[in-house]
Design a protein around this ligand. Structure first.
Ligand code: ZN
Length: 228
């Protein structure tokens, strides 16, 4: 109890101290504190949703109760709404946290998450709508160790998930189709929009520009990795 109070006072003092810093120092300190919060929660297995013996009903109850706790905090400390100028297309892989990609916790981005970063016409339209709402940079990503890409290379998975692998197979074609949409092509040509294709390193979320020439391992025979 006493330790909790001391911790709380310490937290308040730290937060108050942080506001005396320059904007850059506050941005960095905010990122450091968000990381401290991730570390604080990371090992709390009592709150895991992945206990092997948990029933779906127990998982749902825990999910709901965690949302209620989080929503109460948000009600007490509302956050500023921003008008994003960046839109990101990212795979649904849980290891990728889009806040961490840029170290910014402020929900400053439109985020489209799909299996394997595959786009269909509706995602193209959604991104075009975001551009019409002021987006100046679109980031189309792929990531290492992608389960959807592995499925597309595995004959058994290809038979089992035909729509998923078809979407992954035509990903490049859909990216090209998006770039050729008149509203997008016109904005790129007039310097009002940049579209970048980036590779995410899933282990540390580092971004690198995607090269369209296949990597050496892709040129070799596909390995027989089985996804789970
Ligand atoms: Zn993926």
């Amino acid at each position: 109890m006493k330790r909790t109070t001391l911790g709380f006072i310490g937290g308040v003092a730290l937060t108050a101290g942080a506001f005396a810093l320059s904007p850059k120092a506050q941005f960095l300190a905010g990122g450091a504190m968000a990381n401290a919060a991730y570390r604080m929660q990371d090992h709390l297995h009592d709150y895991d949703l992945e206990h092997k013996d948990a029933t779906p009903e127990q998982v749902w109850t825990e999910f709901k109760s965690q949302n209620e706790m989080a929503a109460k905090v948000r009600e007490a400390f509302p956050r500023t709404a921003y008008h994003p100028v960046v839109a990101m297309l990212v795979c649904m892989d849980a290891r990728i946290d889009t806040n961490e990609l840029v170290g910014d916790t402020r929900r400053n981005y439109y985020v489209v998450r799909t299996a394997g970063s595959a786009m269909s016409t509706k995602e193209e339209e959604m991104l075009e709508l975001a551009v019409n709402n002021g987006v100046k940079l679109i980031v189309l990503t792929r990531h290492s160790d992608c389960a959807a890409e592995k499925a597309a290379k595995n004959p058994e998975a290809r038979a089992k998930y035909p729509a998923l692998v078809a979407a992954v197979d035509e990903r490049e074609q859909k990216f090209a189709e998006f770039l050729a949409r008149p509203a997008i092509a016109e904005r790129i040509a007039s310097g009002k929009l940049i579209v970048k294709q980036l590779d995410i390193d899933t282990s540390n979320e580092h971004l690198a520009e995607h090269s369209n020439t296949p990597a050496p391992e892709h040129a070799a025979a596909p390995s027989e990795e089985h996804g789970h």
